[in-house]
Design a protein around this ligand. Structure first.
Ligand code: ADP
Ligand code: S3P
Ligand code: MG
Length: 172
């Protein structure tokens, strides 16, 4: 058995990594960790402020380090930020771990986050922006993942069950 997290969740923003991650941790009797929260705690500022003040490349470097530390320390459920897989170094770190890609289609994305101004990446033309984002990322999510779980028209509880089934993990 390799050490490290029981499950690592990747997928686009709004696919439910944080929601499903917390449910999975409960089901597995394990703790939940989110690298976005680790970065906010370490930096003492919001992710949107890091993007504005220092730019995305700096955020991706902070994120790579947060992922490296979390993979080394954490033995529960780990959720990453939606863009973590854009960084080649982060993808390499994920290779030995049980990574699950939470997928969703464009209509589900628009329903969940399209009108949410806290996610400005999708604020102007959600459908077009979503397609562009997924065209750039889809192959990277697939590349790092051991399993893909579709989240469309499924409750977070149903998604959590599908992740357990995909990885053949049992409840605590
Ligand atoms: N399976 C689901 N069905 C419906 N809404 C969901 C589902 N999973 C998550 N959501 C909602 O979508 C939004 C984004 O979820 P979140 O867990 O923060 O996603 P992520 O961490 O992947 O960005 C939240 O409002 C959450 O309640
Ligand atoms: O997709 C992205 O590039 C990002 C997704 C966010 O995480 P969630 O996927 O949890 O929203 C967060 O890391 C940051 O705003 C960038
Ligand atoms: Mg999240």
């Amino acid at each position: 058995m390799s050490s490290g997290p029981l499950v690592v969740l990747v997928g686009p923003m709004g696919s439910g990594k944080s929601t499903v991650g917390a449910l999975l941790a409960e089901r597995l009797g394990a703790s939940y960790r989110d690298t976005d929260a680790d970065i906010v705690a370490a930096e003492g500022r919001a992710i949107s402020d890091i993007f504005i003040e220092d730019g995305e490349p700096h955020f991706r470097a902070l994120e790579r380090e947060a992922v490296r530390v979390a993979l080394a320390e954490h033995t529960g459920v780990l959720a990453l930020g939606g863009g973590a897989i854009l960084d080649e170094g982060t993808r390499a770190l994920l290779a030995p771990h049980p990574v699950v890609y939470l997928s969703m289609d464009v209509e589900e994305a628009v329903k969940r986050v399209g009108l949410n101004t806290a996610r400005p990446l999708l604020a102007v033309n959600p459908r077009r922006q979503w397609r562009e984002l997924m065209d750039a990322r889809r192959h990277l999510y697939t590349e790092v993942a051991r399993a893909v779980v579709a989240t469309d028209e499924r409750t977070p509880e149903e998604v959590a069950q599908a992740v357990l089934d995909a990885l053949e993990l049992k409840d605590a």
